[in-house]
Design a protein around this ligand. Sequence first.
Ligand code: ADP
Ligand code: ZN
Length: 645
Amino acid sequence: MRTEPHSAAQEAHGAVAAPCPGVDAGTLEDIRRIWGFDTLRPLQSEAIAAGIAGRDSLVVMPTGGGKSLCYQVPPLAAARAGDTRIDVCVSPLIALMKDQVDGLRSNGYPAAALHSGMSGDDRDGVRRAVRAGDVRLLFVSPERLLAPGFDTWLGTVGVRAIAIDEAHCISQWGHDFRPEYRQLARLRAAFPRASLHACTATATPRVQQDIVAQLELRDPLLLVGSFDRPNLVYRIEPRVDGRRQLLEVLGRHRGDAVIVYCLSRKDTESLAEFLRKEGFHAGAYHAGMPPEDRARVQEAFSEERLDVVVATVAFGMGIDRSNVRAVVHMTMPRSIEHYQQETGRAGRDGLESECVLFHSYADVVKWNSIADGSADEARARIEDTGDGDALDALEASLAQGRAQLEAMQRLAASPVCRHRWIVEHFGQSFPERGPGGCGACDVCLGEVRMAPDSTTIARKLLSAVARTGQRYGAAYVADVARGAETEEVARRGHAGLPTFGALRGEDRATLTNYVFQLVEHGLLARTDDEHPVLRLTGEGLGALRGEREVPLRAPPKGRGRKHATAKAVHGAHEVDTALFDRLRALRRDLASARGVPPYLIFSDATLLELASRRPRTLEELATVKGVGEKKLADLGPAFLAAINE
Ligand code: ADP
Ligand code: ZN
């Protein structure tokens, strides 16, 4: 096993032994005792200081950046200062609330939730505990917080601060607008003396401004972290044989958590079925499934009983598993914003994880036809009402959708560092990183290969289009070029053409993909009819005459790919992978005995540190990141026994 210096991930996310401005020693002691963290990440200290001081704030950090600590720590400091008021956290999903509360309580933190999934008795119990001062952070849904009566009751308790988690849900410009979040615009008036703290991972300035405006934040402290996720390795490849390519990725992740995104519900089911036959623990998830089935899949995934979820984008916010090691897109998302959001579900624990996108021009065609379909419907509806403004707004949003799709297409097609491209897309600059580039994308890792002789291949394909009269689709053109003696070829008499078999030896999927790449390069145009056919554009004619070079990306080879797995190396220590697997099994057993998801026991990051440092005593164990006082007492002996076995 190799030893490597700390990854960029750890540098950016982890141990920065900086002083923590505005955070007092008592608070740092709380953080060490409860969470087992010795240091705060840079924006965390500022956000926590604002929370303690009661200054409104908006915290924008990528997934896994550590937003929750920003609103979990201040209530403890307030309590120590003798403040009797309570902090409230608004969260969009009951599942998210439950997990946070379970996690906090297992650390000995005084948190509770009130939601519709609880019995009346449980709710009464929480209310009594709040009255008695035994709860410092109360999680509620937006509906409940503003329900008549509840706000008055809270008013009598006294509310110090309100944190709004997933705050982008308030904005219709976000990817996850929720009407019930809109009501939060009344928070300011309902709780005029409480400070408001919004958190989100959404990168766009428009959404950020909208959050500030909707919540009427007063002179908010704006803390925007880097949108880069250095622990994610991005790979973007042409889709030639999607299933085979997927199997190759999954082969690197046996036993790991993986999310596979598909465009259609049907695809999720057939692909999940296929993966089960291939021996994976895989399940499908989409919005058309009965809610019980969806909940079952989500739960199995969260409890580590299911490894692979094949899903539409409906599988999203409720995913709490922090050790998702790969997110695979079988088709291109419709914008970089969506791509960033969906890939962001990988590696929340800060460990190396992989994001692989398989794309083809067919995806663009599909998105356009979906957009056209809904645009026609919307236009028809608006035209009935004769509302000119609405029509303008519709056209503007359609144009925006097209521009976003094109931006995504350019990212997929350009051999430029993926990390850099994404960060710059969101308006941030990307630091120069030596000759090896980011070291965490297919481009910088040198995996992007161009087909040798790609200009010649392109000319032969263009010629096949021209010689067959510009009347056929990509697959047929591929057949002619590879010299396939199909019935259609025979019937149309194309076997006698000089281009017939000009690319003999290449397989159909590869050639079809090349044809799609020619469309992406603007050398071929696809007609819009029911049976689209390919025509040469002016540029295509030029290329056919040999007037320009045409780069074509070779299909991925697969084998022999460099992939430093997160498990192999941790900091300067070598990891005992057999021990890591044993600790994972112990974690799963403890979790199921206690009825909580495994990541609430310890994160993968903590297990990895255990498997590399092998602490022998409780004192040594206490210095491991993620081991606070309560867990040390509670779980320490079991883990020490497993390590010393
Ligand atoms: P977010 O809500 O921004 O997605 P979380 O609050 O869930 O992120 O934190 C992500 C991970 O980082 C968690 O596993 C958490 O325990 C860990 N973490 C947060 N803050 C720190 C810190 N200061 N030191 C070490 N680990 C941290
Ligand atoms: Zn790169």
